[in-house]
Design a protein around this ligand. Structure first.
Ligand code: AMP
Length: 147
């Protein structure tokens, strides 16, 4: 009952809406008419990137289906880029809906995380990464996207 109401309640004061409006900084790697992508500040692995649609919704449950095609086209592009940028063995794509699932920022986003054989993921929303490391990793992804 309460969950139903929550999914309808998008609040544009969330962190990603502020990043989209340029009110907060990010290590941005990609932008098109529908999405932006930037480095997760608490990465679960090297190169952990977030792909965020410009259209506001709390998560997948209340998203306009029209946003999903462009969003996942960008997710694919970023997945290919991070795999190349970090010579990863694989890429995991994750997306959380509501606090019970692990969602902590309530603007739809997709996690794209390079994976390496034998290297476990770090905890979700664990330690903050150093800005210089995020900047260097963002550079690698931009180069992979350009190449
Ligand atoms: P979720 O739990 O799926 O809502 O994921 C939110 C993600 O956003 C987490 O992985 C956080 O590490 C990440 N995050 C929180 N604040 C910021 C920020 N200012 N810039 C980039 N990533 C952030």
């Amino acid at each position: 009952m309460n969950g139903e109401r929550q999914t309808m309640n998008y609040d544009d004061t969330n962190i990603f809406a502020k990043i989209l409006r340029g009110e907060l900084p990010s290590h941005r790697v990609y932008e098109d008419e529908a999405v932006i992508a930037f480095m997760d500040v608490m990465p679960q692995g090297t190169g952990h990137t977030l792909v965020v649609p410009k259209a506001g919704s709390r998560n997948l449950l209340d998203a306009d289906p029209a946003t999903l095609g462009p969003l996942f086209a960008a997710v694919r592009k970023i997945a290919q880029a991070v795999k190349k940028a970090f010579a990863a063995d694989g890429v995991v794509v994750m997306q959380f809906n509501e606090p019970a699932s692990g969602q902590t920022v309530f603007h739809l986003h997709v996690h794209v995380i390079p994976r390496f054989d034998g290297v476990p993921l770090k905890p979700h929303t664990g330690a903050m990464e150093k800005p210089e490391v995020l900047a260097a990793n963002a550079d690698k992804i931009r180069q992979a996207l350009a190449g």
